[in-house]
Design a protein around this ligand. Structure first.
Ligand SMILES: [Zn+2]
Length: 531
């Protein structure tokens, strides 16, 4: 049986741009659009041409994308003609393959927010859709607050949708604008709508205010809708939009959907999903959500020893889908709850062959437990675990020695009479019998130490030139005067590989130093630097 086509519509660049703290530049938008295009998304909504400079520029040039690049804007204003509405003119001028209009479909909003009549609202929809169709654009109509509108006055909400469809709109999109609808309501209402407008012309646009945007989108598909709108990582104002990063693998990997539907994302493109999700977080300078379904670092992480030994035998025992399908990986956590199975599995993953009966495995497990008891957290710091394992198994070269370091923090007036706090670090290292001294200033003591440490490592310098710190997290354990500090540092290299290292000490500089050293040494090990 031929599978039906479902269309994916991404609005990261439009609705996602409404997220608190998100401000895309033109080059961000172009980069995200290319990434979405490579993922196989059918429609990319770029923004509102005419509403701000970035979006106007974005729609001023050809972008060379396979996806249908879509401009968003209002239907003509009440009481105006289509030829005398500057907003509509900007939309029609934009270099866009499709135009998505937004219109009211809740009688309450028409009356109170728009202050116009039901008939004028319908006329505005008809006129705007007709004008865009005449300009050879594919047309979509976002019916704002459709579900609330339908509950209040179903015949008016349907009349708004039908007006657009009758004028030739390719899609009528039912929006749960305030995110308050529940899956069973969405399924019922969409089921009723598709008796009036064919489901192959109906889309769903869900917000996540009851954490059901993904469920609502799937409910709409079950009821007959054939376009799903959403954003990468569920970006969007308030609680966000429907998360395409969760919807896409569900459609591809869950039998109910996979057997009935086809989407534009191939199996190979699906494998790029985790990377796309993390790339967006990186652009936004956000730490990725470790617990994100499918793509989070912990999505396929197992801690308990008994689960781990079953997973090693047969991954399907504890995994709902194979992690590789979405470009993620299985992770067996090494922690004080861990048994030998986790340690062995983790060693195998990092390419260290060890025998179950090897006494060094028992020793490694003991060291991990001892160190976790004093505050180290190896399940969060995979690179530090790898180094520890390699050391216990006798496999880490001694590349260089830090003979001494000195960090000072000074507060003083600068030449302009402003109060400033300056940090300076001096590091003395020995590489290949040669003594090297580096000094660096930083915005804080750890930053200064990091810069000084990586400034000159002699023959190893070329191996670490692409290394950068991407995250630094500090946690005080125990509290009070006995407190120790745990530092977790996330690093990244020129290939985009990321790793996390840990340091623990009563002194925050010392804890940071340990984590920084592990990060550098890990990079040298991975690069195969000579001893
Ligand atoms: Zn929205």
């Amino acid at each position: 049986m031929a599978r039906e086509r479902l269309y994916l519509f991404d609005t990261t660049l439009r609705d996602g741009a409404q997220t608190n703290g998100v401000d895309f530049t033109l080059s961000d938008k172009l980069a995200i659009a290319r990434m979405l295009d490579e993922l196989g998304i059918d429609y990319i909504e770029g923004g509102y041409p005419g509403a701000n400079l970035t979006d106007t520029q974005l729609f001023a040039e050809e972008r060379g994308l396979s996806a249908t690049f879509t401009a968003f804007g209002m239907t003509r204003r009440p009481g105006r003609s289509t030829s005398n509405d500057p907003g509509l003119a900007a939309l029609l001028e934009a270099k866009a393959d499709a135009i998505c209009f937004v219109a009211k479909s809740w009688d309450y909003h028409v009356r109170v927010a728009l202050e116009t009549s039901a008939e004028e609202n319908l006329a505005s929809i008809r006129d705007s859709v007709r004008a865009a169709v005449r300009n050879h654009r594919e047309v979509l109509l976002d019916c704002e607050h459709f579900f609330d509108g339908y509950k209040a006055d179903a015949s008016f909400a349907l009349a708004c949708a039908k007006a657009a469809y009758d004028e030739g709109a390719r899609w009528v999109v039912l929006c749960d604008t305030n995110g308050g609808a529940l899956p069973h309501e969405v399924e019922r209402i969409v089921g009723e709508v598709v008796t009036v407008i064919p489901g192959s012309h109906v889309g769903i646009h869900a917000h996540n205010d009851t954490e059901q945007a993904v469920a609502n989108s799937l409910a709409a598909v079950r009821a007959g809708a054939r376009q799903i709108q959403g954003t990468l990582n569920g970006l969007g104002e308030r609680c966000g939009n429907a998360n395409l990063v969760s919807i896409i693998p569900t459609l591809k990997l869950k039998r109910e959907f996979a057997e009935r539907f086809e989407i534009g994302v191939s199996d190979a493109q699906l494998k790029a999903l985790a990377h796309a999700s993390r790339t967006l977080d990186e652009m936004l300078n956000r730490a990725p959500d470790r617990h994100a379904p499918y793509v989070g670092e912990s999505a396929f992480a197992t801690k308990a020893g008994i689960h781990a030994s079953a997973i090693m035998k047969e991954p399907a025992t504890y995994e709902h889908v194979p992690p590789e399908a979405v470009g993620n990986r299985r992770k067996l956590l090494v922690s004080d709850q861990a048994g030998k199975s986790n340690v062995l599995a983790e060693l195998e993953r990092i390419g260290l062959k060890a025998d179950r009966e090897d006494p060094r495995i028992g020793r490694l497990l003991e060291v991990v437990k001892e160190r976790e008891a004093i505050g180290y957290a190896y399940e969060a710091a995979d690179a530090s675990f790898e180094l520890l394992a390699r050391r216990v198994l006798g496999k880490v070269p001694s590349y260089f020695d830090v003979e001494k370091f000195d960090v000072t923090v000074e507060q003083r007036d600068n030449a302009l009479g402003q109060r400033v706090t300056v940090s300076l670090a001096v590091v003395k290292v020995k590489v290949d019998g040669e003594h090297l001294i580096s000094a660096a200033e930083g915005n804080g003591p750890v930053n200064a130490l990091d810069l000084a440490l990586r400034k000159d490592l002699g023959k190893y310098q070329s191996y670490i030139s692409g290394l950068e710190l991407t995250d630094y997290r500090v946690r005080i354990l125990n509290g009070g005067t006995e407190a120790v500090t745990r530092v977790l540092i996330e690093s990244q290299d020129e290939t985009g590989e990321r790793w996390t290292t840990v340091g623990v000490s009563p002194n925050i500089i010392d804890a940071s130093f340990q984590a920084l050293m592990d990060s550098i040494i890990y990079k040298l090990v991975r690069s195969g630097a000579p001893a």
